[in-house]
Design a protein around this ligand. Structure first.
Ligand code: ADP
Length: 306
């Protein structure tokens, strides 16, 4: 049987007696991208540093592909993109990536091919001879991702890969991750819950050094109820709530934020509940923006009590 990608058991870490991680346990078995969320100071960077093998004095146990972080057996199999990773401004992108590829034991010729492969993967083929200072913030981030891709690692840890990026570059980075998954596994620390909801099957939530893990899109077949999230154009909320609650099979409707409604309904394959909801909206001449199955990741993580 294959070892889990990551297995943590009762993992704790303290900085000078101050606990940053408190007996966290989780296992990542699937190669699909895994999200890591939590407020600032929750312990995300500490966990990523432990997984990289940078912090050693842990208590409890942690393994990656069955080996201790930082062990020679993981060399070339795991790489990381720290939050503020930047290439050296003095040398061209190509020279630096080539250097990192050589450090991984590739010959000059292999390194040249590998650099061209990773730059192509992040859409920066033309940046080979550029100095990092000539790149935009989004291009710099992608060049740092290119560095993390060198040698085709099986697991890549990305700390805030899209922080501060414009929507176009955010989308490009999301596409890079989606393209390389699941052949490459990713752990992505991010505050962007919509992005993690799109990319990830599992989300790890850290808060004050404590962790909970959640499988997204898990089959709900045994559950007696399901949820829709309905986003409306401006509409009379009280009236909409009342009308939706009259539909047979709807158990309850909440209005957690302006123009957003969470609808819980009885699981019944023949209910055509989506059609009933849309018909109700249309009959009342209201306009909807989006009707999606399940709850948003934000709702699941912070208002469901995982
Ligand atoms: P996050 O990445 O979720 O923002 P961190 O892992 O950086 O959280 O921090 C977790 C806790 O550990 C915080 O209370 C932070 O102040 C503390 N901490 C992080 N790095 C250090 C350090 N080098 N020395 C002392 N305390 C630290």
């Amino acid at each position: 049987m294959n070892s889990p990608i990551i297995k943590c058991k009762d993992l704790s870490y303290s900085y000078s007696g101050n606990a940053a991680l408190n007996q966290i346990s989780f296992s990542c078995e699937s190669a699909e991208p895994i999200g890591l969320v939590g407020p600032n100071g929750a312990g995300k960077s500490t966990l990523l540093s432990i997984l990289c093998g940078f912090l050693q004095n842990i208590s409890g146990s942690v393994t990656i592909f069955g080996h201790k972080p930082g062990s020679p057996a993981l060399s070339g199999r795991v790489s990381a993109l720290p939050q503020d990773a930047q290439l050296d401004p003095t040398f061209s992108v190509g020279e630096q990536l080539q250097f990192y590829a050589r450090l991984q034991g590739l010959s000059t010729q292999q390194a040249r091919l590998e650099v061209s492969r990773v730059l192509e993967a992040v859409g920066l083929k033309d940046a080979l001879k550029e100095k990092p200072s000539a790149l935009s913030h989004g291009m710099s981030k992608r060049s740092a991702i290119a560095q993390a891709l060198i040698g085709k690692p099986e697991l890549i840890l990305l700390d805030e890969p899209t922080a501060g990026l414009d929507p176009v570059n955010t989308r490009k980075i999301r596409a890079i991750i989606a393209e390389l998954s699941p052949a490459t596994s990713f752990i992505i620390s991010s505050h962007d819950l919509a992005e993690l909801g799109r990319l990830c099957q599992q989300v790890l939530l850290l808060d004050k050094g404590m962790m909970s893990s959640m499988q997204l899109n898990a089959p709900e077949d045994n559950s007696p109820t399901r949820f829709f999230t309905l986003q409306m154009e401006p509409c009379p909320a009280t009236e909409l709530l009342a009308k939706l609650q009259q539909i047979a099979g709807i158990i309850q409707v909440s209005n957690p934020q302006k123009n957003e409604f969470i609808i819980e309904y009885k699981t019944d394959k023949d209910s055509k509940m989506d059609l009933k909801i849309l018909t109700c909206i249309s009959d009342n001449d209201w306009q909807y923006r989006q009707l999606s199955q399940g709850k948003t990741l934000e709702e699941k993580l912070f208002f469901d009590g995982v």
